[in-house]
Design a protein around this ligand. Structure first.
Ligand SMILES: NC(=O)c1ccc[n+]([C@@H]2O[C@H](COP(=O)([O-])OP(=O)(O)OC[C@H]3O[C@@H](n4cnc5c(N)ncnc54)[C@H](OP(=O)(O)O)[C@@H]3O)[C@@H](O)[C@H]2O)c1
Length: 239
């Protein structure tokens, strides 16, 4: 597949899954625009992506900043939303304000991006959002917030596929992926977590960002799929 000069905006594209999507798209001749909150990370990602890549800092929890971002970016073909932050596991008696805050970036940020991006997306374009296997398979106590966010994203995907037609709207649900998202765990705990995933999963390893990126590119290029959730999870839902 070649993306033949199509312009792809990747929000969260400076790290992890989003960066892998931007890199794979650029390798297929797309013109990529990455956005995230840190100007330093944006500058580094644009340099790593090479000639033709663009980037802008934007705090996606801020509606006015998101609106300004899309005004500055102008027309494009595909929106990918991978912005996210590490989620704490929260038992049901947790501080509810904290639980609500977890929706800000991953759910409300995505909905806000859709609101301001839609008019700039050219005919034949698409949006691809991000949920996670936790939506279908909470791993144990404490997963209420994370599972709910994933479920909300999948519902939003189906609703927007209807509302924004013929623009296609889809979602990737990754399993555990080895990215900076887990950096806060500390090296030993993180390595043990990845090893336990490798032992559990049918494919025998935790996800690599490049493997997950292929799911996004498939949904960008597949013109007869909309309103779908693609699990790219190493078989996580089966174990
Ligand atoms: N990794 C996994 O195991 C896994 C599994 C299932 C689902 N997911 C989901 O997949 C998505 C991508 O995860 P990842 O592993 O690629 O994480 P990551 O490597 O930590 O990347 C997260 C991206 O979001 C950006 N971001 C964070 N806060 C932002 C804000 N307020 N405004 C704009 N951008 C912001 C970060 O850049 P800045 O720091 O510059 O803002 C970064 O580019 C997340 O929604 C995550 O929850 C991940």
């Amino acid at each position: 597949m070649t993306l033949n000069e199509q312009r792809i905006v990747v929000l969260g594209g400076t790290s992890g899954i989003g960066f892998a999507v931007a890199k794979a798209a650029a390798e297929q001749d797309a013109r990529v625009v990455v956005g995230s909150s840190s100007q330093t990370r944006v500058t580094a990602a644009v340099a790593a992506l090479g000639p033709g890549a663009e980037g802008r800092a934007v705090n996606l929890s801020d509606e006015r900043a998101t609106e300004a971002f899309f005004e500055a970016v102008g027309e494009f073909d595909h929106l990918v939303y991978t912005a996210g932050e590490p989620l704490d596991l929260l038992e049901l008696d947790a501080d509810l304000a904290k639980v609500r805050r977890f929706f800000e970036l991953r759910y409300w940020g995505a909905l806000t991006a859709a609101k301001y991006a839609r008019k700039s997306i050219r005919d034949g374009g698409s949006m691809v959002f991000t949920s996670g296997t936790a939506g279908a398979r909470p791993l144990g106590p404490g997963w209420a917030a994370a599972s709910s966010i994933c479920g909300a994203m999948e519902g939003l995907t189906r609703a927007l596929a209807v509302e924004l037609k013929p623009l296609r709207v889809n979602c990737v649900a990754p399993g555990v992926v080895m990215t900076d998202l887990w950096a806060g765990m500390g090296d030993a705990a993180r390595d043990a977590f990845y090893a336990s995933e490798a032992a559990r999963l049918p494919v025998g390893h935790a996800g690599r960002a490049e493997e997950i990126a292929e799911g996004y590119l498939y949904l960008i290029g597949q013109t007869y799929v909309t309103g779908q959730v693609l699990h790219v999870d190493g078989g996580s839902l089966l174990t």
